[in-house]
Design a binder for this molecule. Structure first.
Ligand code: ZN
Length: 550
């Protein structure tokens, strides 16, 4: 909280930050002037349910609204880019085109055939010397997103509407903002930067300077509450790596530790508050939209797993910082409505799950696509990679293979995966191409239907490999990467979906709903008519939502 407020003060919002607004914002009616769409990265429904009773700040506020705690990122490839692409487009990855964080395109000229979801590979990278995948090594862009976001739609209806996105990751800001954004800012590892360099707001430089001063100073450990201390059991993952009892103490200048801590979300909210102030979001009759990607929970989850003291501290920090953020809006009398959700859930580290009686395991390193491709190539005496891909999920055949070689490779790969004890199922692109898109409630989708919702005939692999439940696709943990997500299972698919506006009556719903329902519901809240049908239905259970008749 102090960090956030300090940054906001530095950004020239002293009077607003110091105001003491009434604890409850006044009830609002009519069309809200500002939609705030918040994605908390890797905020599983399990985390939401676990911590809901501990929240007293911003997360308590939104949880007093309309809560769907069985929300679903319904598709198979539960990664950040696909997840964020569903939230404000109403479209599953099969229709948004964002099938994964990275996919293979063997037609690109460059040696590296992996395409990052939020890059334009046709453009020269800003810094070609940067390490692959790091900031500067690619040109950030929404070019691969095949559908409109809510901000795109609002601006096409009302050009005065502003579409602004801020996030700890470029892919979150790009997938939630879309193509027609007025301002988009994201953390590049050192500062908040934009892919739209024209018209840089003055407060951005001030906020970046304040964040730099924060990072330059060491950070003392956070003080855990008893609820968090109860989760502080240390687990040694390697001889040099212990997780479970961390407290976010940070050395001066350590930007990686800054990122994997509550500080990143505080900084993101400070930038968001600065932009609300300087751009006057919500100040006129044309409704605006602000997308906020709070990415730190994901970095904390990857570094430590979601089951220890670290995540507890992160949950309580985000609750407090969001509380500050909403109070700031109240003090400025902004008429806003909030939707809060997540891009995917997560699986805890197998070492902690096993201590709790769950039969979890780390994946067999032999499942890595490159290694399997090499083994098949040696067996068949084929030069080249044979298979391209990462670790399960989408697997591609080297396009240099002849038709006969492809058949041989496919048969060996299918046999390998189908006989592997950690593989649940493997699907060919032919199977997926012939499947209809699922329309049932997302909690009842088969594994094949989940994979179908992630399938794009141009971008998806020749095979899709789904690992068994509780298999962590990280064979050996490393610093910052002990746990992950991305599976077809509900721990990665289930996320909270929460709508809140000051003064609305709260309710909690158990039925399964998809994140693709967020867009049509927000359209109804904004009174937008004649909008194209998307994958999810409008949620009529949200108060003051008049869903259009279909
Ligand atoms: Zn994510």
């Amino acid at each position: 909280m102090r960090k956030l407020v300090g940054i906001v003060l530095a950004a020239g919002l002293a009077s607003a930050a110091c105001a003491q607004p009434a604890p409850n914002s006044p009830p609002r009616t009519g069309t809200p002037r500002l939609i705030i769409a918040i994605s908390v990265d890797q905020f599983s429904a399990d985390l939401f349910d676990t911590y809901r009773g501990q929240f007293t700040g911003g997360l308590a506020r939104v949880a007093s609204g309309t809560v769907f705690h069985n929300g679903y990122q319904a598709h198979a490839a539960t990664e950040t880019c696909p997840g964020h692409s569903t939230i404000l487009t109403g479209s599953s990855p099969a229709h948004s085109g964002i099938i994964a964080n990275n996919w293979i395109d063997q037609s690109v000229v460059r040696p590296n055939k992996s395409i990052y979801c939020a890059e334009d590979e046709r453009l020269a990278p800003p810094n070609p010397a940067a390490a692959q995948g790091s900031a500067g090594s690619y040109a950030p862009s929404p070019v691969h997103l095949r559908v409109q976001t809510l901000g795109d739609i609002m601006k096409s209806r009302s050009p005065q509407s502003l579409n602004v996105a801020v996030a700890g990751k470029d892919r979150a800001a790009i997938m939630m903002g879309g193509r027609n954004v007025d301002q988009r800012w994201f953390w590049d590892g050192k500062q908040f930067v934009t892919d739209r360099p024209s018209r840089v707001p003055a407060t951005i430089a001030q906020a970046n300077a304040a964040i730099a001063r924060t990072i330059a100073a060491p950070r003392p450990a956070l003080t855990p509450t008893p609820f968090c201390t109860a989760r502080a059991a240390p687990i040694a993952l390697t001889p040099t790596m212990t997780v479970g009892n961390g407290n976010f103490a940070r050395a001066a200048g350590d930007t990686r530790a800054f990122r994997a801590s509550p500080e990143l979300d505080g900084a993101t909210l400070a930038i968001a508050a600065s932009l609300i102030q300087e751009l006057g979001l919500g100040a006129d009759n044309a409704p605006d939209i602000l997308s906020v990607g709070l990415s730190a929970t994901d970095y904390v989850g990857h570094s430590y797993g979601p089951g220890g003291q670290e995540m507890c501290l992160q949950m309580l920090s985000i609750d407090r910082d969001l509380g500050d953020f909403f109070r700031l809006l109240d003090s400025r009398n902004v008429d806003y409505a909030v939707v809060l959700t997540s891009d995917h859930g997560s699986l805890d580290i197998p070492e902690r799950l096993r201590a709790r009686g769950v039969q979890a395991a780390r994946a067999d390193a032999n499942l890595a696509t490159a290694g399997l491709g090499r083994a098949i190539g040696e067996k068949l005496q084929i030069a080249g990679p044979v298979l391209l891909g990462d670790f399960a999920g989408d697997v591609y055949y080297d396009r240099a293979l002849t038709g006969a070689q492809r058949q041989q490779v496919e048969q060996i790969a299918l046999n390998y995966y189908r006989s592997h004890p950690q593989v649940e199922a493997v699907f060919t692109s032919r199977q997926l191409r012939n499947m209809r898109f699922p329309t049932a409630s997302p909690d009842r989708w088969t594994i094949a239907q989940r994979v179908r919702a992630s399938f794009d005939p141009q971008r998806s692999g020749d095979l899709y490999v789904a690992l068994k439940q509780y298999v962590m696709p990280i064979p050996v943990p490393s610093t910052g990467y002990a746990a992950t997500h991305g599976s077809v299972w509900d721990y990665d698919r289930r996320v909270p979906i929460v709508f809140w506006r000051p003064g609305t009556r709260g309710s909690t719903h158990n039925e399964a709903v998809s994140t693709t329902s967020i867009l049509p519901t927000l359209e109804a809240i904004l009174g937008l008519r004649g909008v194209p049908k998307v994958d999810g239905p409008c949620l009529a259970m949200v108060p003051n939502v008049a869903c259009p008749a279909r």
